[in-house]
Structures are given as structure tokens and as C-alpha cells.
Design a protein around this ligand. Sequence first.
Ligand code: PLP
Length: 378
Amino acid sequence: MEEIYLDNSATTRVCESAAENALYAMRECYGNPSSLYSLGLNAERLIERTRRAVAQKLHCRPEEIVFTGCGTESNNTAVFGAARSLQKRGRRIVTTAVEHPSVARPMDQLEKEGFEVIRLPVDREGKVPPEEIFKAVTKDTILVSMMLVNNETGAIQPVSTAAEAIKKAGAPALLHCDAVQAFGKLPIDLKKLGVDLLSASGHKLHAPKGVGILYKSEKAHIQPLLLGGGQEKGFRSGTESVPLIAALGGAISELPEESVGLQNMQKLWNYAKDALLKLPGVEINSPDDCLPYLINISLTGYRSETLLHFLEADGIFVSSGSACSKGKLSGVLSAMGLPAARVDSALRISFSRYNKTEDIDKLCESLERATKRLKKRG
Ligand code: PLP
């Protein structure tokens, strides 16, 4: 049976250049990148090539890029590092109610340690209202952490407004942005966004799992999470995964210009929205101006998990809410004020450059069959 993969916000298929680079690094550049002989230097060169490619995408200096093991590590490093380094200047932290668990759980931990954590609400579209940000950021705020693109709905958050609010309040706060769902898809200009720390992850853009990115501006003096041999300029100890970093470089080299990717995806998104809305009972949970790489829908009366397995039997892979919250009701859709029955029937359909309109047609055919065959609840 043909496989139709529509869960690209969870992870992506590794692209050819990424796989080739990884293999090359494993076979030819297996030296320790810290070693001083040529085998080590060759490995180091591969790392630096990817570092330059990432920096070019983000319009920053290569020295400001740190490689980590995943997006989760980048988020943990940024949040704990900023809080612990700035705690003498205040204990107030501002974040949102819709962050990924890799930001939300560190925030819970910091709260237990005595920090005051403000979680900004979202509106019906899943976006943080700008006035809430200005209200929350006070002069003793030390960290603001806001994602750029929500992983469940694709809603784009007003990150640059957070930078304005910090400036207006005269706060010492660092601004961290979880851009795991945005990097490589949405043009990111760090200066315009006003962020000090930004996280991304390789496996969302056709690199293998196990490589993350942390942008750390020169002015962000934060404590590292991992101590040891002093790799990554002392900020992230541990021998670098040369194959995975090289693979990330390959994946970046295959990415289309963000504007071109966005244009193509918007066509696919519009097609998907129109086709899905023709099915009886489908409601769209993503805002119209979301990142067009994903669309969140509900088919109230049918449980997400049941639908997901029905689709799977037809070779179609989608996600129920977010892949990181298996079995749990989505906190994001609940924070948007959607009724529990709608949240309980949510599906996330997420695209990559490998998807075609025919994939959407097959998804819709399968969903239609599901509504005819499955018993409706309630
Ligand atoms: N942040 C967001 C918004 C995500 O969607 C994810 C993964 O789904 C992560 C962080 C975690 O990234 P990783 O899987 O690389 O740890």
C-alpha cells in the first residue's frame, strides 16, 4: 500500500543530501572534531560548514550558533540558563499557555523553585493578544519565552511584540523563542524579531533526529546545562555528533527559499482547507493566517485516536493533536476555548515539500469513509 505521510510537524523523512552527508561523515570524517590531527580537523570542518549555513538562514554570526541534541535540549538550556543566570535581577518570567512541553515543563520546574511564572492566555485563534504581553512584562521580568509557530495549530505568535514590551518596561529580560516549527519555513530575521535566544531542531526539516540548534546572541550570558570537555565554546560539552550536524547542513542545502516554500505550501493548505470543509462536520481549528505547513481540524463525534487508526489502515499518517502529548487532551486547543468534544476529535495534518494535492484527496476519501463506517459518539 502506498504510504501517505501527513505528519511532518511531528517529524520528517530524511532527505537525500542529509543522508549522504551523514554517511560521508561516518565513513570518511570519523575523527573527534576536537582532535588536532587532520582526521579531527576534517570533522570540525563539516561542523563549521553547517554552522555557517544555519547562521546564514538566521542572519547572525556563526559564533552565535550552538549545536545541541534536539529542540528539547535547546529549549531547556535557554529557559533554565536564562532563569538561573538572571535570578539576582528578578524572579518574574513570562511565557504562554500554549508552549511545547519542552518549554512548559521547565517553566513548571522553575515555578517550584520559587520563580513567578506568568502564562499568557490565547484568543480563539490560538494567538497571544499583544495587550496581554504589555500588561505582563514588568521591569523585574528576567525572561520571556514565546514560540514563533504553534506545533498544534500553526498559529504565528507576536514574538517581536514581546521584544517591544521588554524594551518599554526597561526589563533586564532575555527573550527566548522556540522556533522549532518555524525554522526553515518562515523567514526569520533575528534582529527584527528582537530575540536573544532561539531554538530549532533538525528532524523537522528533513535532517535526522538527534540534532538541535540554539542561537545565543553575544549579549545573552547564560549558564550552560551540560558541563564537561568544553565543546561548542564551553557552552555545550559533549563530543559533537558530526554525522548528524553534517546531515543538518545537507538538509538546509535542500530547503527552498522560505518565501518559495511558503507560496507552495499555501496552495496546498488552501486546497486542503477547501477539500476538508466539503466533508460533513469538519471544523478548522487553525487560523487562516497560520503557517501553511499544517492544518488542525475537528470531526466532532469521532475520537481523534479512532480516526487516526482508521486512516492508518488506509496508509495515511496524521497526528491526533501534537505527537508529544500522546493520549492527553490538547492543552493548546483547550486554551483556545474550544469545547471538549471538539478537542477530543482533533487531527493535525502537516505537510512537507513531498506532499501533493492527491495526498489530500486520498485523506478526504478516507475520512469520508470513516464518518460512514464509524459510530458517532454523543
Ligand atoms: N518545540 C516545538 C514547538 C516542537 O514542535 C517540538 C517537537 O515536536 C519541540 C520543541 C521539541 O523538539 P525535539 O523533538 O527536537 O526535541
